[in-house]
Design a protein around this ligand. Structure first.
Ligand SMILES: O=c1[nH]cnc2c1ncn2[C@@H]1O[C@H](CO)[C@@H](O)[C@H]1O
Length: 537
């Protein structure tokens, strides 16, 4: 019997080993063995994870490992594992929408600073009854002295408020400080984020959650499409990224309106102006980092220029021409082009619908530059379907030479396309928390990222719209994966972080500079983990 058992164990080991050979992190796992500090760090992170499984998650009454993010976020925030992950140098954030990346707390702080120039209106009076039943929808706009509101904001809190009348935001914020009104700011904030209750209960279909999600952008845009707020917003974006261990960003920028507001609240800033202000914001973040001696932790920020997948073919072409003009002026800043918005919306277009224009844009670049300088970096396959027109976007994205795939949620159903990604080096920007909050998965446990990793498909982790999902910049996505998947260890996370630089769209010189910096930061992190591990119980 013993012989039989031993033989079986051998075959079992062999099978496990064989399967592991296909994993994305196969050679990295081998590497760990040769570096004592690194293997100590890997073992320490595993030890912490294991300790918390037994002493926190398995004992918890109403939750478990892999439970939905919004239900567990506050518990996660206090764990040792999260503290370790937060500190990790995560490389780049390759998939995040600019207008939904800065934590709302920061957005409010900036808004309060410019509150005298911001007006607010509501579809219902902000009475306690309406707040309680979530009846009022609010909007913001920048407005100067010429457009002084006709009423005092205190009227907004009474039934006599004429709905839709603009009031001064500063006045309202003052009133909200009174203990009787302390639910007003949280109520307004909720209109810019998705709560656990909405994602898991009240808006439990894709259509409902996307309608709430879309409305968040509407409220946010009233604040941030305003010169002084936009500049500080971008500054905060860079600072928050650095704070969360993200040194490089390729942000998806959608300048949806033709014009936005200048410092005098005049609607006259062009998209080019918004880019210039963006760059000013980056520079002021760099000033702060320089003063704090942390400038070396910031590797850079670039833009993937976006338009909506709801536009007409003519509008798409115009967006492409604007993008091209901006590229010509800022050739190192603009790294790609994408179409955003709910892929499954009945009014949305597939890539195939736009095919002629998409091909024409490439042809124009080849004629002008002899090469494609603004590659596609498409969202594709953000769907539960198998073979629908949205799922089919994956075919077109790859045929059109997409450099990465945003989400690629349904890619795991396509063996040939996964193989193509491996062969062509097309990386999937996987966004597990986003996919959960927007109702594609019930949690990390049934997210396809592990399937892609186990098949050796290039993957990186992203947070998509962290502000709206109450997510930090990137730490929670890394945490969710490592805490849930036994096969994921620090080495796997290192591969994901390295991929975010490897598959970024920086030119080769920048890429190798950034890679060098990140490797240094990683070494420092491993040494920090060693010290932590030696002190830990
Ligand atoms: O996960 C996503 N898939 C597709 N579009 C998205 C996603 N997250 C945000 N946006 C879109 O990006 C724009 C703001 O920059 C919004 O239009 C929003 O719908």
């Amino acid at each position: 019997m013993e012989k039989l058992m031993n033989k079986y164990s051998e075959r079992r080991e062999e099978l496990l080993g064989f399967e592991n050979k296909f994993k994305l992190d196969y050679s990295e796992q081998d590497n760990i063995k040769f570096h004592p500090d690194y293997s100590f760090a890997v073992e320490f992170v595993d030890r912490v994870r294991c300790y918390e499984w037994y002493n926190l998650w398995f004992k918890a009454q109403h939750t478990e490992v892999g439970a939905p993010f919004l239900d567990t976020k506050n518990i996660i925030a206090k764990t040792k594992l999260f503290e370790l992950i937060k500190k990790m140098p995560k490389g780049g954030l390759l998939h995040a929408h600019t207008d939904a990346s800065v934590p709302l707390g920061d957005v409010f702080k900036i808004a309060h600073k410019y509150g005298a120039f911001i007006q607010i209106k509501s579809t219902h009076p902000l009475t306690q009854h309406n707040i309680h039943f979530g009846l009022a929808k609010i909007s913001f706009r920048p407005a100067n002295q010429d457009k002084l509101p006709s009423i005092d904001a205190s009227v907004m809190l009474t039934e006599s408020y004429e709905t839709g009348t603009w009031c001064n935001y500063n006045q309202l914020a003052q009133l909200a400080q009174h203990p009787d009104n302390n639910n007003i700011i949280p109520f307004i904030e909720k209109q810019m984020l998705i709560t656990a209750e909405e994602s898991y209960i009240t808006h439990n279909t894709m259509g409902k959650i996307w309608s709430k999600f879309g409305s968040c952008f509407g409220v946010l845009s009233g604040l941030i499409a305003f010169e002084p707020i936009w500049e500080e917003y971008i500054k905060r974006l860079v600072l928050r990224c650095v704070e969360d261990g993200v040194g490089y960003v390729e942000t998806r920028l959608l300048l949806i309106n033709e014009l936005s507001y200048d410092v005098n609240c005049n609607l006259r800033l062009t998209r080019r102006d918004s880019i210039l202000i963006f760059l000013r914001g980056v520079e002021s973040a760099k000033d702060v980092l320089r003063e704090e001696g942390r400038l070396d932790k910031f590797y850079g920020i670039n833009i993937i220029y976006c338009t909506l997948r709801f536009v007409s073919e003519d509008e798409l072409w115009n967006a492409m021409l604007t993008c091209l003009d901006i590229y010509k002026e800022f050739p190192t800043l603009i790294k790609g082009f994408d179409l955003v918005g709910h892929e499954e919306s009945p009014s949305g277009h597939t890539l195939n619908d736009y095919l002629e224009t998409l091909l024409r844009f490439q042809q124009k670049q080849i004629e002008e530059f002899g090469d494609i300088k603004i590659p596609y970096v498409f969202h594709a396959g953000e769907t539960l379907h198998d073979g629908s027109i949205v799922d089919d976007n994956l075919y077109d994205a790859l045929l059109l030479g997409t450099r990465r795939i945003g989400h690629g949620y349904s890619l795991y159903k396509h063996p040939t396309l996964m193989q193509m990604c491996k062969e062509k080096g097309v990386c999937v920007e996987s966004c597990p928390i986003s996919n959960e909050v927007l109702r594609l998965t019930g949690g990390i446990g049934n997210h396809p990222i592990t399937c892609l990793i186990n098949h050796g498909v290039p993957v990186t982790l992203s947070s998509d719209d962290p502000a709206i999902f109450q997510n930090a910049i990137l730490s929670y996505d890394f945490y969710m994966l490592i805490n849930h998947s036994n096969k994921t260890n620090l080495g796997t996370l290192k591969v994901l972080a390295r991929n975010s630089i490897e598959y970024s769209l920086m030119d080769e010189e920048d890429k190798s500079r950034v890679k060098g910096k990140w490797e240094q930061d990683w070494e420092e992190y491993v040494r920090w983990l060693r010290r932590q591990g030696e002190e830990w119980k």
